[in-house]
Design a protein around this ligand. Sequence first.
Ligand code: ZN
Ligand code: ZN
Length: 231
Amino acid sequence: MKQCLLCQKRIVENFSFKWLFSFQTSGIKQVCSTCINSFDSLKGKAVCTGCGRPGNYQNYCTDCEKWVTLGAAELLCNRSLYCYNRQMKEYFERFKFSGDYYLRLVFQKELEAKLKENYHKGWLFVPIPVSKEVFEKRGFNQVEGLFENICLSKMLSVKKISKKQQSLLKRRERMQAAQPFELTTGFEKEIKGKNILLLDDIYTTGRTLYHAQALLKKAGAKKVHSVTLAR
Ligand SMILES: [Zn+2]
Ligand SMILES: [Zn+2]
């Protein structure tokens, strides 16, 4: 008997077309049709060509325009699988903050299918890292969990800020602080001329991904795009 990872009900093989369609690439059903249908898939929907935000936009959405105004050298091309709706918010609360690590399995196959479909050749897959403090508290990096079966190049690390430095910065300043990432030692030479696909769990303001893009571009990356589970 196969149980739904989200509601623990038995998965009955009496599936809807939508449910079947969403898993036809994987063949593995981790969640029941009721649960999967409560997420808002962006598959086939109109999105911003920049950040993948759902909606009909002439050029780019207001978020992307803001990045242009802020002087982003190049707009990040981001694509996401799902809208960040209430159900997705609850999913992340359970997965990230309650530490239900098995929930990484819910979307793994769909994420793998997305990479296979659109980024199958010539891309390096780079996960957004978490700080040492977060890792110790949470016990895992949720992004690496979601992309567990993908060959990842962990070339980004979170810069270490000393307690003293941290206390000198107010929260607001910390939020806007410069580059939070640095290159992991040993990767410097691997970046030049490469196409890099950043992987993250949620695209919110884009700040994290834009910081990562800027660092990798500076290190000589040819192209930097991104894929996230939710937008
Ligand atoms: Zn369910
Ligand atoms: Zn946009």
